[in-house]
Design a protein around this ligand. Structure first.
Ligand code: URA
Length: 434
């Protein structure tokens, strides 16, 4: 078997055999297949596609490319939640504590920001002292004690995905259904939880731009989860506009805290409750998503979710006093205000542009190893459907680098579309696939 033959076969639209997929994944993980051949196969897959069976085989080979975490020392049905990537998406830090407060163990391995999308690990590290890398024993014991721990993914989990994702990122082959499904599900299956709640983002700020494509991706991932004996449910949700009002790191954690104090934006609150309700149900703490919803609402209103976040922060070395005193978060020295130039209504706030503006302000990485600025980001003051007058504040961009901030403000300005007619925002959740 040679890599040349495998590329040729896929380029000609034929199905790859199990042995060929395994050969590819092994060679890509151990570095014996050069990047140009891995990239060529990725492009052939992008154009010719993978069948359902090929996608299952690819996922399985990617799971086995590294360690499979054994969470059996944690009591109960362990539930993980995963988003395919969004702008202002801080729901893990809200739905996780709500589910944990209802008794569901959440052993979460999260990622860092990718492209214009944010990552939970970067957000958590904006909390002074917070550790996102724990030894296995400490991680297990925190989940057993507090029902919740959130750490970064180790390099031993699905290393094939690490290699493939880096190449997809630079060869314009990210937005392929099978490649995304195998990438997400290999990491989830290797991280050892018993059930998964997936948030499949859809819209201009997501990899899947149409509801149809996002549903197909959700169905494929649910099937992969089920075939591995894991309870899997996927929500297809809107990512045309950013979630909530804050996009960045420290400011997103502040919005998390506000939301757990029942004072957060409606969209973040609703999506977090929806995700938590499915996590609670998947974890066996409720008989149905509706019962899960009622439990999640109780945990929110009683403050039990907020107390879980406090426990999570303290358990991972962070300063839990940030919950009551936002001045303990890192703060930016500079800010620029973006104002409306005419009267009208906000008809669109392009999620992708706000994500790019946030990254440019310093909240994300423009090169692979760049340090991020935890205080940087974009605070939105208007959202879709709001009336505006010329001169009203649309957004404020925060950071510590004046030149970057100028660029970020210009990008944030271009994200706002102002029209003469009031529009109704598109739905937040398009479908639930179980
Ligand atoms: N998130 C992932 O982990 N992988 C993808 O391919 C896309 C989003």
């Amino acid at each position: 078997m040679t890599m040349y033959d495998i590329i040729l076969k896929k380029r000609n639209g034929k199905s790859l055999a199990k042995s060929e997929i395994e050969y590819f994944v092994k060679g890509c993980t151990d570095g014996s297949i050069p990047d140009y051949q891995v990239s060529a196969l990725l492009m052939a897959i992008f154009f010719k596609g993978l069948s359902r069976d090929e996608t299952f085989l690819l996922t399985d080979a990617m799971v086995r490319s590294g360690d499979v975490v054994d969470l059996s020392s944690i009591e109960g049905v362990k539930v993980d939640k995963h988003s395919t990537g969004g702008v202002g998406d801080k729901t893990t830090l809200i739905a996780g504590p709500l589910a944990a407060a209802c008794g569901v163990p959440v052993a979460k391995m999260s990622g860092r920001g990718l492209g214009f999308t944010g990552g939970t690990v970067d957000k958590m590290e904006a909390i002074p002292g917070m550790r996102t890398s724990l030894e296995a024993e400490e991680f297990f014991s925190l989940v057993n004690r507090a029902k919740l721990a959130v750490i970064g993914q180790t390099g031993h989990i699905a290393p094939a995905d690490k290699k493939l994702y880096a190449l997809r990122d630079v060869t314009a082959t990210v937005d392929n259904l099978s490649l995304i499904a195998a990438s997400v599900m290999s990491k989830k299956l290797a991280s050892g939880s018993d059930a998964f709640v997936l948030d499949v983002k859809c819209g201009s700020g997501a990899f899947m731009e149409t509801v149809e494509d996002a549903k197909a991706l959700a169905e494929l991932m649910v099937e992969i989860g089920a075939a591995s004996g894991k309870k899997t449910v996927a929500l297809v949700t809107n990512m045309d506009r950013p979630l909530g009002r804050c996009v960045g790191n420290a400011i997103e954690v502040m919005e998390v805290i506000e939301t757990l104090k029942c004072a957060g934006p409606a969209d973040i609150t609703e999506l977090s409750l929806r995700l938590a309700s499915h996590m609670i149900c998947a974890g066996g703490a409720a008989a149905s998503p509706d019962e899960g919803r009622a439990a999640a609402e109780r945990a929110l209103r009683s403050g039990a979710g907020l107390e879980k976040l406090r426990e999570l922060i303290a358990g991972q070395g962070g300063n839990p006093a940030v919950i009551d005193d936002f001045s303990l978060f890192p703060s930016a020295a500079l800010s620029l205000t973006v104002r409306a130039e005419a009267d009208g209504y906000v008809v669109g706030v392009a999620a992708r542009d706000i994500g790019i503006a946030s990254r440019r302000s310093g909240a994300g990485r423009e090169t692979k190893d760049e340090a991020i600025d935890p205080a940087a980001g974009v605070m939105l003051h208007k959202s879709v459907g709001d009336a505006v007058k010329a001169g009203d504040i649309l957004a404020v961009v925060y950071g510590n680098d004046g030149a970057k901030l100028e660029d970020a403000a210009a990008i944030a300005r271009s994200a706002f579309e102002i029209g003469s007619e009031k529009v109704k925002p598109a739905p937040l959740v398009y479908a639930v696939i179980a």
